[in-house]
Write a new protein. Sequence first.
Length: 142
Amino acid sequence: MLVRLIYASRAAQAVNHDTLVAVMKAARAHNASAGITGVLIFTDGVFLQLLEGGRNAVSALYNKITRDARHHDVVLLSYDEVPERRFSGWAMGQANLSRLNPGILLKYSERAVLDPYALSAQATLALFEELVSTAVIDCPGQ
């Protein structure tokens, strides 16, 4: 059974570019072997991630994230059984928000600033889909 999980968290410490690249590399390796696909957005110390895959694999990864000292304020935004993946092309894609038109954020939120804690699950999924359709997702190394 396939599921889609979306969560938000805050970085416990500052995350620089090299750290983020290392996290993405490790995530891609793990996710590929676990059958997990998805997209990560990281900006201003906030992670917003969408994971798709088998229920057990996705749940195990989410539980690991909730126990990871590098994350705090972990909030489950959405967890749904799905008939198919929408983001099957990425072991883990990363949104490059420097290429994002601020109008896209305004379409789904009160301000042109990403605050996943203030978005509905439906708006969050629509935002991910729009990021993919506007080629804001980077997949270096994939």
